[in-house]
Design a protein around this ligand. Structure first.
Ligand SMILES: [Zn+2]
Length: 473
């Protein structure tokens, strides 16, 4: 056979195999649908725990836990809509890690997703990560199937390509029940992040098979561990799309002092003129926000490179805008415990949504601190201090500009939308601790810049912290 003829034969063989696989996948999906029963709508409820992605106490611990005292989820599979309502209570004692700890009493939370043409895949996927949602999505795609043995158990693994180009794989067991769904979604810090749902303790409810135990994981750690106690199959559900959040105010640049600029946004950053170069404090949120901060810093202090970006702590919302700084050639200044963490997660693939750092194969560079670090350049000094005894994040550091008496802090003092007039009851445990931390470091700020911007755009004073901490005179 000539090489060309061989190639044609090979391609034809490959196509036949794919066709056979598609046929097999359809048979497996049909068998699963028959065994599990058709769900047009479902309402399931129970209790358990959820965990907040990217808010661990330190780089080697799991996402922090919250009790779900109650949990109800309604799904309309025909309308591709979901409404989750849960009541959270505090789980960790002491309240270690982020996610707005501690919860005092009960905190109700809702998540509504009504999938439309413009719904980002990272939201639309929430319906797909359920057994019926997977069967529906796989049936509408050109799915394939292969046999796989996991821990001695045989599965038919049906997979299809999601709109984000990742494979979504459903593990269907010998009883034709979906036991697991695994895929990857884009995360600005973690790259192609694994997302898994596991279903066990299947029970028959009005002819429908439904799992009584649901565990979901993202980035390798649990985000949900739910014990289902009640299932209502094919009951009427009404899911109203929630109002889209108000568009955030356009970011602006505010001069705080000579050579010190506040770059506003929901998360605030600072740019400081170090004569030959710029130091930026915080690269938060996303690649887009990190890039915007870079542009604002360069516009405020023109003609100079950004040599350093200071990272207050490794939580996902505070470090997801660092990668564009690495692509820019900036050195990341962070606590020593974060360096191996960032080095590890930044090596993970970013193929689903390649960012500048991934495309440039940029290598991160670090300068680390443990207790104190002083940076000087031009007329400016920046002091970095570890927040000893922090409950929020083990590597937490505060940033202090002694000459300007400006304190920059993240999450140790998250301010109220409006300035407080009286001390709240109970007092948030972080606040008196933070006042003590400042006293110990002899830091007496004229101005506090919380990374999480006050809703009304006000300038925050030390007195506001003292009121919140019950220390105002
Ligand atoms: Zn945090």
């Amino acid at each position: 056979m000539s090489p060309k003829r061989f190639m044609i034969a090979a391609v034809a063989g490959c196509l036949t195999m794919q066709f056979a696989q598609a046929q097999d996948a359809k048979a497996v999906l049909d068998a699963a649908q028959k065994a599990m029963g058709k769900l047009n709508t479902v309402e399931y409820s129970g209790s358990g725990a959820d965990f907040t992605l990217g808010q661990a106490f330190n780089p080697s611990s799991a996402w922090p836990k919250f009790n779900d005292k109650s949990y109800v989820r309604q799904i309309d599979f025909d309308k591709n809509a979901s409404h989750m309502h849960r009541i959270r209570t505090q789980a960790n004692d002491p309240p270690r890690g982020g996610g707005l700890q501690p919860i005092v009493g009960e905190r109700p939370e809702d998540q509504v997703i009504v999938v439309g043409d413009k719904t980002p895949w990272n939201q639309a996927i929430e319906v797909v990560m359920t057994p019926q949602g997977f069967l529906n999505a796989a049936s509408k795609s050109s799915a394939t199937v292969k046999k796989q043995t996991v821990a001695g158990k045989n599965f038919q693994v049906v997979s299809f390509a999601a709109p984000n180009k990742a494979q979504v794989m459903g593990y269907i067991n010998a009883q034709n029940l979906v036991e697991k769904i695994a895929t990857k979604i884009d995360n600005p810090l973690l790259g192609d992040m694994p997302y898994e749902s596991e279903f066990s303790d299947y029970k028959s409810v009005n002819g429908i098979q439904f799992p009584m135990h649901i565990v979901q994981k993202q980035g390798g750690y649990p985000i949900l561990d739910l014990n289902v106690s009640d299932v209502k199959a094919n009951v009427p559900v009404t899911i109203q799309a929630s109002n889209p959040p108000a568009a955030p105010a356009a970011p602006t640049t505010k001069k705080l002092a000579d050579g010190v600029f506040l770059l506003t946004g929901a998360y605030q950053s600072l740019a400081v003129d170090f004569k030959d170069y710029i130091v930026v404090i915080e690269g938060p949120q996303t690649e887009a926000r990190g890039t915007a901060v870079i542009e604002m810093a360069k516009a405020a202090i023109p003609g100079k490179p950004i040599k350093y970006v200071i990272n207050t702590h490794n939580h996902i919302d505070h470090s997801s805008g660092l990668r564009p700084f690495v692509a820019e050639g900036a050195i990341v200044v962070t606590n020593a415990i974060n360096k191996p963490y960032f080095e590890r997660v930044w090596k993970d693939p970013h193929t689903l949504n390649p960012d500048k750092m991934a495309m440039m194969h940029a290598k991160p560079r670090f300068e680390t601190m443990t207790q104190t670090k002083v940076m000087t350049g031009g007329d400016h000094t920046i002091e970095l201090h570890h927040v000893d005894g922090t409950m929020h994040n083990e590597g937490m550091m505060l940033v202090w500009l002694p000459k300007e008496r400006i304190l920059v802090e993240a999450d140790e003092f998250n301010v109220l939308p409006q300035a407080p007039t009286a001390t709240p009851n109970p007092i948030h445990p972080y606040h008196p601790h933070f006042v003590d931390t400042l006293d110990k470091l002899k830091i007496d700020p004229q101005m506090i810049i919380p990374i999480h911007a006050p809703g009304d755009g006000r300038m925050v004073t030390k007195n506001e912290l003292l009121i919140m901490a019950g220390r105002a005179h």
